[in-house]
Design a protein around this ligand. Structure first.
Ligand code: FES
Length: 647
């Protein structure tokens, strides 16, 4: 007679186990991640599972509640004291009695923090580097003169399989007190993803400790974004963002590098500023989540190369000039306190690898999240900021580059431009007959014309145009014939509509009369043309390297991508021709990648390996880039067709 078959969902892993095997043991043997802190003593409640009833024909399994053992006294006690949700069982106590389909509840859902976009749900398989292990240590015995730590290590090996772990030195003086406080019961946190192969005790508490947290952080030049996550359930407890205080040293990356070059204390000041901001943000997420910051045991960071270097305390000067040499490109491991990050004294800190001097750990995070290297189809992944980071590839081969798009897409250098915030115009339509505009303003939930606009202005105070609307307004101006293919505003139209007016030697379009007056000038149109040409030329260069004249899937990472309408991006020739249904914004993909690396150490290995394989293309060194750039100045492009647009 064969042993019962057990199928774990959602992983689909399955195997046969003798009757009486605890479900937790079966999960372990199959490599299904089920958390357990108390080591099967039915006290931590972390190992919960659900049994699915029914006939699973494909797997030839009939799963019923009779196929799992009834609750024993320990499990009942847990239920009485702590409560167990309906249908849930403790997998350390419940044993296999027949064929079973077991659901491992996954609490991980990423709510991508995008201001104006609905939450994105994402499932991450968990295998966090930190594990909490409850131990009951033998009391000292005069006949066996083994130290407290050494007896604890014996239990860690016997109950948890951790052979001779190392221990953070600050814990050693506390061991005696910690063990005696709760009658020789204690919880230790083991970290198993350090730059050494041995497990490491990084924290310790008296008695049963049932929760540990981690942070995933994306340090952008403008904004720092952070998730606070339960390492045991994978649940995001709080998310927050704050402006990067380095802005006071320079708006964009290059000006921050110059600041370092010009000021002897510049590097130090900026490192301090960003670390303080990170600590401040940790305070915010902890307050929001009701978490003690000392319960944070692990932290993952992504950042562009210059932010990455400044955060680690490395002089970024080399990144400001060819050959854009990184001081370190691989993933880095630290003690959090070495970088002045104020969390648990034994907490660890991990940074994702950088891809190249211009394509940082943030791009690596986005690559981990979207996985171009996991695709059959050719995927284009772009993160647009003042530099566009571009990754193109599939299973076979991935290439990456960055292109200097400048700040126009973020609304800087545009006469009426501003960052996306309440009061900014975010959508624009222009009537091709009358040339009259209609707008939508962030914070006002309807389309307005000039009249409605006054109302909107009263409500939120209309202040300017945000990056996404600049794309739209230039595209609409092109579609309504106000600007030509080479981007010139047609002055002849001034006779037809007062919206077109002379402005020095060129013409402008009046988007809104009133206070403030919002116009689109010829210089604005040029700035957008330059930015979009830089992006497109970078993409095109990578397409040539890949030998393709079409991409199958486009993913926009970052805030900018979340707000632009793909159709308009294509009308302007910002991105290559593609089925619009295959163009998607994915929010802060870098942050998602950081979260994946926090919750699963396999993802760390994955991206470390993949980054080594990504081919880096330096646009500045490609003589051909200039021609591609010139072609891309035209709307949508001088040479490339956009057949999907007319469909
Ligand atoms: Fe702790 Fe099951 S492992 S309750």
């Amino acid at each position: 007679k064969t042993d019962p078959l057990v199928l774990f969902m959602p992983s689909g892993k399955r195997g046969r186990f003798p009757v009486g095997t605890p479900v937790l043991d079966a999960a372990r043997q199959l490599g299904v991640y089920v958390e357990s802190v108390c080591g099967g003593r039915a006290t931590c409640g972390r190992c919960q599972i659900e049994v699915q009833e029914g006939n699973f024909a494909k797997h030839q399994i009939v799963s019923t509640l009779d196929h799992i053992s009834p609750k024993g006294s320990k499990e009942e006690r847990y239920e009485r004291v702590r409560g167990l949700p309906e249908g849930r069982r403790l997998s350390c106590s419940a044993t296999i009695q027949g064929d079973l389909v077991v659901d491992v509840p996954q609490d991980t859902v990423i709510n991508a923090q995008v201001v104006r976009k609905a939450a994105v749900d994402r499932h991450i398989d968990r295998n966090p580097p930190v594990q909490l292990c409850y131990v009951e240590v033998d009391e000292p015995d005069m006949h066996k003169p083994l130290g407290d730590l050494d007896r604890m290590k014996l239990v860690l090996e016997k109950d948890w399989g951790w052979k001779d772990p190392l221990i953070a030195s600050h814990i050693v003086p506390q061991i005696q007190g910690l063990l005696r406080k709760e009658n020789w019961g204690a919880t230790v946190a083991i970290h198993r993803d350090m730059d050494i192969s041995r497990p490491f005790i990084i924290a310790m508490w008296p008695g049963l400790k049932n929760e540990a947290y981690g942070i995933a952080c994306d340090i952008g030049s403008t904004t720092i974004a952070m998730h606070l996550v339960s390492l045991l359930s994978g649940r995001i407890v709080a998310s927050s963002g704050a402006p990067n205080p380095q802005i006071r040293f320079g708006e964009d990356l290059m000006s921050r590098v110059s600041y370092v070059m010009m000021n002897p204390d510049g590097r130090e000041a900026m490192t301090k500023a960003v670390r303080e901001a990170v600590n401040g943000l940790i305070g915010n997420v902890c307050e929001e989540g009701g978490v003690d910051r000392h319960d944070i045991l692990d932290a993952v960071f992504v950042a562009n190369p210059i932010m990455h270097h400044l955060f680690l305390g490395i002089d970024p000067t080399e990144l400001g000039q060819a050959p854009f040499a990184l001081a370190v490109s691989g993933a880095m491991h630290y003690w959090a306190h070495e970088l002045d990050i104020d969390i648990n004294r034994g907490a660890r800190l991990y940074t994702l690898p950088c891809i190249a001097g211009h394509v940082g750990a943030d791009a690596a995070g986005a690559a981990l999240s979207e996985g171009p290297y996991r695709q059959d189809r050719m995927m284009l992944l772009v993160d647009v900021g003042t530099n566009a980071e571009i990754i193109l590839g599939n299973r076979e081969r991935v290439v990456a580059a960055s292109s200097p798009t400048g700040p126009a897409f973020e609304g800087a250098e545009i006469s009426s431009g501003q960052r996306a915030a309440p009061g900014a115009i975010e959508r624009v339509r222009i009537d091709p007959d009358t040339l009259e505009p209609k707008f939508r303003v962030i914070g006002v939930d309807k389309w307005s014309d000039e009249e409605g606009f006054k109302e909107a202005a009263g409500a939120v105070g209309v202040t300017g145009i945000c990056g996404s609307a600049i794309i739209e307004v230039v595209a609409e101006m092109y579609l309504s014939g106000i600007i030509s293919e080479d981007g010139v505003i047609d002055g002849d139209l001034a006779a037809r509509s007062p919206r077109i007016f002379q402005n020095g030697r060129t013409f402008s379009y009046l988007l809104r009369d009133g206070e403030p007056r919002i116009t689109v000038t010829q210089t604005d149109v040029r700035a957008i043309q330059l930015a979009k040409a830089a992006l497109y030329a970078g993409v095109k260069l990578l397409m040539e390297k890949q030998g393709v004249d079409q991409v199958d899937v486009i993913r926009f990472a970052g805030a900018f991508g979340s707000f632009i309408d793909p159709k308009y991006a294509m009308v302007l020739g910002l991105i290559p021709d593609c089925d619009l249904a295959d163009v998607k914004a994915v929010g802060n993909a870098s942050g998602t990648g950081a979260l994946m690396a926090l919750l699963n150490r396999d993802h760390r290995r994955e991206i470390e390996e993949e980054v080594k394989k990504i081919e880096k293309i330096e646009t500045a060194l490609e003589p051909h880039f200039q021609q591609l750039f010139i072609n891309a100045m035209a709307l949508p492009n001088k040479v490339d067709p956009f057949p999907k647009l007319s469909q």
